[in-house]
Structures are given as C-alpha cells and as structure tokens.
Design a protein around this ligand. Structure first.
Ligand code: ZN
Length: 116
C-alpha cells in the first residue's frame, strides 16, 4: 500500500526533523535557515555563518587555552589509594612528562642562548 508507506515515511521525516534539526534566523539576511546546531553551519540563502557568535567565542576560548598553556604539562598525580600497578603506570607517565619538560626547557634555553 503506497499511501500507507508514504504516510509512515513522512511521519518518520517529520520525527527526524524535529529531533535532529532546527532552524535559525540568519543574522546576515534575516531568513530562516536549516541549522544543525553546529557553530560552523552556514545560511542556505546567503552563506553567512548562522552562529558566528558561538564560533568567535569558541575560537577565542581556544586561543586563550593555547596561550596560557605553553608547554606546561599537567603532571599526573599519584594518589596513595592507587593500586601498585596504577602507581607503576603513573610513574612512567611522570618520567615521560618530566623528560618532555626538561627537553623543552633545554631547547628554549638553547634558542634564547643563540638569540642572545
Ligand atoms: Zn542568510
């Protein structure tokens, strides 16, 4: 029965649409456009970013994080309640982390030395 099939398909489409899709008013041209709630989605009418605010905010946050992170690693913490194999594993990671910081510090020192 094609009618029945079509009806179910239409209902399914409607369900998918209401569940996964939403629309957003384009800040550039003012028309409603389909929006997957992604900050990178663009307007289907003019191609402008639908949510440039979120994108800018995300980019700014990313830049912030990179800036104050530098090569400061979060050294993994060993807790007294950790099992011996967890401590063993964490010790290896700590050694790698300290070696990495030592190497980075050395490279920066050499670069500063050459530049000075
Ligand atoms: Zn638009």
């Amino acid at each position: 029965m094609p009618g029945y099939h079509y009806g179910r398909q239409a209902f399914y489409d409607l369900l998918m649409e209401s569940t996964f899709k939403s629309s957003k008013k384009c800040p550039n041209c003012g028309q409603w456009s389909e929006w997957d709630q992604q900050p990178t989605d663009t307007c289907e009418h003019c191609g402008a970013l639908l949510d440039d605010e979120t994108l800018i905010r995300t980019a700014a946050r990313e830049a912030d994080r990179k800036e104050d992170k530098g090569f400061d690693l979060d050294i993994i913490q060993i807790h007294p309640t950790d099992a011996w194999y967890v401590i063993f594993y964490k010790r290896i990671i700590q050694v790698l982390q300290y070696s990495f910081i030592a190497i980075m510090t050395f490279i920066l020192w050499v670069l500063a030395f050459i530049a000075g």
